[in-house]
Design a protein around this ligand. Structure first.
Ligand SMILES: Nc1ncnc2c1ncn2[C@@H]1O[C@H](COP(=O)(O)OP(=O)(O)OP(=O)(O)O)[C@@H](O)[C@H]1O
Length: 716
């Protein structure tokens, strides 16, 4: 049984007084949240989660999602539970709840469970095991930590300092309270919550603009064995995630927003890294994740995504869904199958390469072993009437103890692996000729593909470069560099507004930096354009947008080509362009711009044709190593990339099949990419790293790449 360390649960709150049923746009079904595209009601955006709860869910059901972590906590591990969502989406209700027993939220229920389990353990071991629970409760506002056990008048505006000790970050001066009974907990908790709202008023903030973190350390001592264990559960009611653009623009508010934005951004990155089981979790990049040591100590994390059901919230809802979506694992199989153009994906090629090294094929058009040919779409892509947008499947997460199946949430439907039509039965058995069974081969291939993609991701040079720089800088500029790093990460995701805010925050650290100021001014221009231009012409700048990146990687990683549609898609914009027939589309939401990026999807997805597709790659003059697992490039390839990266239109024009317009557009793409990472004065910076990236540029494609390449001699 695989145990995953992150679960993401969605919950839609019920309608409140004054809200109307007719305005409901968000619903939960089959462990997924769906909402229609307001521009085209025939299209439905669907986001799968580990579990999704509708308006009728109750507090006990939500608790059943987190209670299985209790066991883990008592083994001396960490558990972290976040509530994420816009202001008014139900975070506090979910975490804290209300006074009636049935409405108590996750925090008091968890404390009750800790207390009960502790008592039970003590009884079972006849007192040999003792349990102590120590609680701290603080809020993080504007990157400053305030103790909620401290009355507001005793706080210093600068908040509590942090200190590193034994590789752990500690908040200095935080008050610990030992909880001896549930009654005691309730009293402490209520008092601290009262402090939160009082202090919020004093600090001219609002509770929803701070993260409230309650930590309970469970100390387990076994007197018989002398063994001591400490597990910590942290429950966080996050600051409202609302879009900055709709908050006022005064300096204080902007700083506040930027600080929330930064911490939520880092949080998303950490959760993403944990979900993908990456070795590096960037938890040190924000105060909250740093204090929580997120992803360390063998921790389990549950993220509850709170959503309001009505249209009035739908920009925030999309933003939240997008946030959660970003944190999910990229499913290799699915990514491969969902490639809208049916191109051979990089993953497919790796898979093929590894396969080739494991088994020898009598001909290129042989079938794959059965296990590998089962990689059909793992989700249906909607019906003729209802189109379902792409999001990657979440992993199933850790197992629940004996969590009761909630009554009013859609039952867990196993997602069948579909055998796409048109797939022929394998023509030969591989184990006849080889020691390896198809299962073994599939496992090895999967493992290798993951390793290669992980290695490639690590090789992504630009952001890595800056991260490295950052690590080396221990001086006062480190903070400024952090902002620049965050800005770049936002920019790489197409989140121009947040990128702009981050660059602005970096200005005090690099006041005379022309490049930084230019960057800010460019982004301001871009932001203006994004909000005013309704339809973008496909031009050279469009060509740039087709180089859309996720995490600095070409979008081929998710195998989805993106086209930006502005926020107007979701505002009360004029009627949508009529279409004779609704088209099936993928959509990926870029986060803070709430852009919906759509791409028509072919009706039948190119599921597993990769053996033919990939085989055709070998019919050219390239050596196989060139497509191989490492990034070694032949002189001819290097030559081609050098010309493209030169930005020199006259040189690019000399490439086979490239006219003036195309050459100009290519040079423009290279320029834009350099500028995006502030490397515009570095001619050696390879804006286009490999043939794959070159082929990803809109209007180029792999055939064109081949054409350009074939016209070059290796030495020219
Ligand atoms: N599941 C629910 N059942 C009943 N009422 C709910 C539920 N979720 C939220 N509410 C109600 O909705 C309102 C807003 O919820 P809540 O205060 O929890 O939002 P929030 O996301 O914490 O907002 P903020 O960020 O401002 O703290 C409250 O009146 C709350 O009681």
């Amino acid at each position: 049984m695989t145990v995953n360390n992150v679960r993401i649960i969605a919950r839609i709150r019920p309608l409140l007084k004054g809200e109307s049923e007719k305005d409901v746009v968000v619903s939960a079904e089959e462990d997924a949240i769906s909402m229609p595209n307001p521009k085209n009601e025939n299209e439905n955006f669907t986001f799968p989660f580990n579990a999704a709860y509708g308006q009728d869910s109750d507090q006990a059901q939500l608790f059943s999602e987190v209670s299985p972590t209790l066991k883990h906590l008592f083994k001396g591990n960490d558990v972290t539970i976040f509530a994420y969502g816009a202001t008014g989406s139900g975070k506090t209700y979910t975490m804290r709840g209300q006074k009636p027993a049935s409405e108590r939220g996750i925090i008091p229920r968890f404390l009750t469970a800790i207390y009960r389990r502790g008592k039970e353990l003590e009884r079972k071991t006849e007192g040999a095991t003792t349990i102590r629970a120590i609680m701290t409760y603080y809020e993080i506002y504007n990157d400053r930590v305030f103790d909620l056990f401290q009355p507001p008048e005793k706080r210093t505006p600068a908040g509590l300092p942090l200190r590193e000790s034994n590789g752990k970050t500690q908040v200095v001066g935080l008050i610990d309270k030992e909880i001896k009974s549930l009654k005691e907990f309730e009293a402490l908790y209520d008092k601290a919550n009262a402090n939160r709202s009082t202090s919020a008023t004093k600090l001219n903030a609002h509770s929803s603009r701070s993260h409230a973190v309650i930590c309970v350390k469970v100390l387990i001592e076994d007197k018989n064995t002398g063994e001591n264990k400490t597990g910590t559960v942290s429950c966080i009611d996050l600051a409202g995630s609302e879009d900055n653009r709709r908050t006022s623009n005064d300096k204080e508010r902007m700083t506040e927003s930027a600080s929330i934005n930064k911490s939520l951004f880092v949080l998303a990155q950490c959760v993403e890294a944990m979900t993908k089981k990456q070795s590096r979790i960037p938890y040190r990049e924000s105060k909250m994740t740093r204090i929580l040591s997120l992803g360390q100590n063998n921790g389990l994390t549950v993220m509850i995504l709170n959503l309001a059901p009505t249209r009035a919230f739908h920009l925030d809802t999309l933003s939240s869904l997008n946030f959660a979506n970003r944190t999910k694992k990229v499913e290799l199989k699915q990514a491969e199958n969902e490639h809208p153009q049916g191109n051979r994906s990089r993953t497919a090629r790796y898979r093929m390469e590894i396969l080739k090294s494991l088994v020898s094929f009598p001909s290129r058009h042989d079938q794959l072993p059965p296990m590998l040919s089962q990689h059909g779409p793992t989700r249906a892509f909607g019906t003729a009437k209802t189109n379902t947008m792409h999001v990657s499947n979440p992993q199933k997460g850790f197992q629940k103890d004996k969590a009761p199946k909630p009554q009013n949430r859609a039952p867990l439907a196993p997602q069948p692996l579909r055998q796409p039509s048109g797939i022929k039965k394998p023509v030969r058995s591989y184990d006849k000729h080889h020691q390896l069974s198809p299962t073994n081969i599939a496992d090895i291939v999967e493992k290798k593909v993951e390793e290669i993609l992980a290695a490639r991701a690590l090789n992504e040079p630009r952001l890595e470069l800056l991260e490295k720089k950052l690590e080396k800088k221990a001086d006062a500029k480190a903070e400024g560099l952090t902002y620049i790093l965050l800005a770049k990460q936002h920019a790489a995701r197409g989140e121009n507004f947040s990128a702009l805010k981050m660059y602005e925050l970096a200005v005090p650290y690099f006041p005379e930096n022309d490049k930084l100021l230019r960057k800010i001014s460019d982004l301001k221009d871009k932001d203006k354009k994004t909000t005013t231009i309704r339809t973008t012409m496909r031009s050279s700048s469009d060509l740039t947008s087709s180089l859309d990146t996720t995490n600095g990687k070409p979008s081929s990683y998710s195998s989805i080509r993106r086209v930006s549609v502005t926020e107007e898609t979701f505002a009360q914009a004029p009627a949508p362009m009529p279409r004779s027939k609704p088209k099936r589309t993928f959509a990926v939401f870029s986060d803070n711009n709430n852009d919906v990026q759509q791409q028509p999807v072919p009706r039948s997805l190119p599921a597993i044709k990769m053996e033919e597709d990939t085989a055709s790659e070998y019919e050219d003059d390239r050596s196989e190593e060139e497509w191989s697992l490492n990034t070694h490039q032949t002189p001819r390839t290097k030559n081609l990339l050098r010309i493209i990266n030169s930005e020199d239109v006259s040189q690019i024009m000399k490439l086979k099949g490239v006219g003036k317009k195309r050459a100009e557009a290519l040079a423009q793409v290279v320029r834009e990419r350099r500028r995006a990472v502030m490397m515009d004065d570095d001619d050696d910076f390879p804006a286009i790293k490999d043939l794959e990236e070159l082929g990803m540029i809109k209007g180029i494609g792999q055939n064109m790449v081949e054409n350009m390449r074939s016209g070059l001699s290796a030495a020219s």
